[in-house]
Write a protein that binds this ligand. Structure first.
Ligand SMILES: NC(=O)c1ccc[n+]([C@@H]2O[C@H](COP(=O)([O-])OP(=O)(O)OC[C@H]3O[C@@H](n4cnc5c(N)ncnc54)[C@H](OP(=O)(O)O)[C@@H]3O)[C@@H](O)[C@H]2O)c1
Length: 329
């Protein structure tokens, strides 16, 4: 197939291009600058410069490329400062998920594109009631916390618009596997604490596994929604110390809810205490997806081994010596 990949130069896009090519697809990959276009070309795709928020340019690029499939992986999360207000941090990404999706879908219709796969997200979206792990059929949170209402609405918009057009929305877990992953700096600086009992559940997915599921989704008839997450949804109190250790950082702090509310806002408290995880059973069953990193336990260690080694080099003693909790592991 000829695959038009919006966001080919991004964290997931750069993992996806080689996997698509390995599968025998031709890739037309978008980015926004000559430098990122060169990265896309080096990966083996045909680069196209494109602002997804420019409908005329999108229409022209899609019609000229004559793709069989479109994959929407454009977000605007690089260099974002995550504030207490998630909607502020995600404002541009939310536009890419609403207007960007509409524009791509309109171009897809006009160009007779048969397949459409869009990037959605599983974390912090399912209703904060009942069991800890949710399937695609479980209800979404009807009352998202105030500072992430627009962000939740944008993801729901994408899910609905893509599936209404017969496409597939992939609700990925929290991505990891790159040296600049957003979580790393706060965890290293002990700015990401365990809130109260740390009961909030997270689902993760390694970029390589996220990409392999996306390749498989292109062979699947829509409409459909899939959770693309690993096998082990886990409470923050479980995964956060493991991540800190994998980075050679000190163990996370513990803070009560009122302190977390002051520093991380309501969304941070929700993530730490109430968020639900997601099940990948449907993706495994229907896409035939198998994971190279079935759990973040193995994935964090492998992904960040080099970073941990350089942390140890900077420190005269092994990075976890002197921390009582790491001694028991
Ligand atoms: N669901 C999530 O929570 C999620 C999703 C994605 C990424 N992330 C995290 O965010 C961090 C940064 O991600 P990233 O490196 O992928 O960068 P990013 O800034 O999110 O960019 C992703 C892709 O979208 C493209 N893009 C951005 N704005 C665009 C626009 N207006 N029109 C068309 N394309 C546009 C980028 O092009 P250029 O490269 O040319 O700017 C790039 O190809 C990573 O740590 C990653 O783990 C999280």
């Amino acid at each position: 197939m000829r695959v038009f990949l919006a966001g080919a130069s991004g964290a997931i896009g750069t993992r996806l291009v080689p996997q698509l090519i390995d599968r025998g697809h031709e890739v037309i990959g978008t980015s926004r600058s000559p430098a990122t276009a060169e990265r896309v070309r080096a990966l083996g795709a045909e680069p196209v410069l494109l602002d997804l928020l420019d409908p005329h340019a999108v229409r022209k690029a899609v019609l000229e490329s004559e793709p069989d499939a479109i994959v929407h992986q454009a977000t605007a999360l690089a260099n974002v400062r995550f504030s207490r207000n998630l909607d502020r941090s995600f404002a541009q990404t939310n536009l890419l998920r609403t207007e960007g999706t509409d524009t791509l879908l309109a171009a897809a219709r006009e160009a007779g594109v048969r397949r459409f796969v869009g990037q959605s997200f599983a974390g912090m979206r399912y209703a904060r009631e009942g069991g800890p792990v949710k399937t695609e059929d479980d209800p979404l949170d009807p009352t998202p916390v105030e500072t992430m209402r627009e962000t939740s609405a944008a993801m729901t918009y994408l899910d609905e618009a893509v599936t209404a057009a017969g496409g597939i929305a992939l609700r990925y877990g929290g991505f990891y596997g790159a040296p600049n992953d957003g979580l790393l700096e706060p965890v290293r600086k002990r700015q990401f604490p365990i809130v109260a009992n740390g009961d909030g559940i997270s689902s993760f997915v390694h970029f390589d596994d996220a990409a392999s599921a996306t390749v498989l989704a292109l062979d699947q008839d829509g409409p459909a929604i899939y959770n693309i997450v690993d096998d082990e949804p886990a409470a923050v109190r479980e995964w956060l110390p493991v991540l800190a250790d994998a980075l050679g950082a000190e163990p996370p702090r513990h803070v009560p809810v009122w302190v977390a509310r002051l520093f991380a806002g309501e969304a941070g408290v929700m993530l730490g205490t109430e968020s639900r995880g997601a099940s990948n059973a449907k993706a495994k069953r229907e896409l035939g997806w198998s994971l190279r990193y079935p759990t973040w336990r193995q994935g964090f260690v492998e992904a960040y081994a080099t970073l941990r080694a350089s942390a140890s080099e900077r420190s005269p003693v092994p990075a976890n010596v002197g921390h009582p909790r790491s001694a028991s592991r």
